[in-house]
Design a protein around this ligand. Structure first.
Ligand SMILES: [Zn+2]
Length: 245
């Protein structure tokens, strides 16, 4: 319908003007004496929705396929899940600086990817802060170095701590969150990362700490994943997994 073209152009032009006005209003600090407080709030019958809050507009996640080349250190022949059974979730996360961050990357089992996006959406919505979120390949597959960086990660084809069996991480079915604030504590109380030993005290309430029954534990519980903070003997406060181990 060629007759509609001018109308579309007019709408587009109006939209452009509107965008420009908004940009000018946001960018300038000189309009501080404008009576913004007296602006009439939009009524429910108007079509334009109110501006979304940062949390509402913020969370985004993409689930992408991975290849062997994406996992140079974390995957090798003999691992229980092939790269084709894994996915990279690229997502926003709430940072320790109390701001949204883009570009978080988490490698997980393909079967769990959708559920985990739902979990991380919840964590974002409650503004649960995460220090960083990078594949362990950034640390050449070293779990120790990843923890030293307080990195949140999932897939790593490695043995369970103190065991010859594959960890749930080797299946992409376990996630470690803020491993410094939520350390692995040996039965004798030892923590392998010196700077994190103060978090042995679980009565603390620092940002990023996970506690029994809180919203982080609840979010994972809602997809059937268990928490290492509930283990007897060693405690793994950073660790969530599909089978609870
Ligand atoms: Zn873990």
């Amino acid at each position: 319908m060629p007759g509609r073209r001018p109308v579309r152009s007019a709408v587009a032009a109006a939209a452009l003007i509107a965008v420009t006005s908004v940009a000018a209003a946001c960018g300038g600090g000189d309009d501080a004496d404008e009576p913004t407080a007296s602006v009439t709030p939009p009524t429910a019958t108007e079509t334009a929705p109110p501006s979304p809050s940062p949390t509402e507009q913020g969370f985004q996640a993409d689930i992408k396929r991975v290849t062997r080349e994406d996992l140079p250190h974390s995957w090798r022949r003999g691992c229980p899940v092939p790269p084709s059974g894994l996915r990279m979730i690229e997502m926003t996360y709430w940072g320790m600086d109390d701001r949204p961050h883009t570009g978080g990357r988490l490698v997980v089992n393909a079967k769990a990817a959708e559920d985990l996006v739902g979990v991380f959406r919840k964590l974002f919505d409650i503004r649960y802060p995460i220090e960083r979120m990078e594949p362990v390949d950034k640390y050449r597959g070293s779990d120790f170095d990843s923890i030293e960086a307080n990195n949140t990660s999932a897939f790593n084809c490695r043995r369970a701590t103190g065991s010859s069996a594959f960890s749930q991480h080797a299946y992409g079915l376990a996630i470690d969150i803020n491993p410094c604030q939520n350390p692995y504590v040996y039965p004798d109380g030892r923590i392998a990362h010196k700077d994190c030993t103060k978090y042995r005290n679980r009565d603390r309430n620092d940002p990023g700490m996970i506690h029994a029954g809180d919203e982080v534990v609840d979010a994972f519980e809602s997809i059937g994943w268990g928490w290492g903070g509930e283990w007897t003997g060693a405690k793994d406060y950073q660790h969530f997994s599909s089978n609870g181990r």
